[in-house]
Design a protein around this ligand. Sequence first.
Ligand SMILES: [Zn+2]
Length: 232
Amino acid sequence: MNILNIEENIFLVDTYKDGVFVFSTADNNLNINIKNIHQIESTLKKIFKLNSIAYAEQIHSNIVLDIKKHLQQGDALITNESKTAVGVFTADCVPILIYDHHKKVASAVHSGWKGTFNNILSETINKMIEGYRCSKENMIIYIGPHIRKCCYEVGDELKERFLNKGYSEDVFTANYLDLNKCIKDEMRKIGIKPSQVLEAPYCTKCSMEYKFHSYRRDDAESGRNFSFMFFK
Ligand SMILES: [Zn+2]
């Protein structure tokens, strides 16, 4: 993972073949959310040589969108256009970026506990296969910074819901929920190999190495991290 400094703001950047994965941080108080992204959009487009940056009005659903010009409600976006970024805003939820490097199809997924519980990752992968003729074995799946089990304590009721749905006891340590493990278990079930999974190993709430926005830490004051990907 490389560090890119854009006007004193730190972005974490990684590549796989011609796919580029980008995660904003909260260092220098950078906050990229749906209301203010227009302020940085032209800078990002210039630096990454993009034609456009697509994002959605996120509603903690498992709705997967094909990108369109107008803003839509949903929590995952797919594109097969080069130089077109797809991105999601998060503060603790899990950003997941998917790239099929053979078919050249890129996706961005917002997977909080609701999206994870409702299998938004599988929904997105299925849509990539059905709508874009992608193959699972050609996908690279990048898990971005999110709240880790060190900091994600949930109530008994939510724990019960996860266990009743068939999640293993191992996704909990007492009441601390491991969304990362939930997502990796789901990937294993659908046949994604660990070698296809890349990861930014940071907890949005307690990371000391980089600062990230965290809803659990900052509550309603929290800004958003923006995670996006594109291919050249
Ligand atoms: Zn933590």
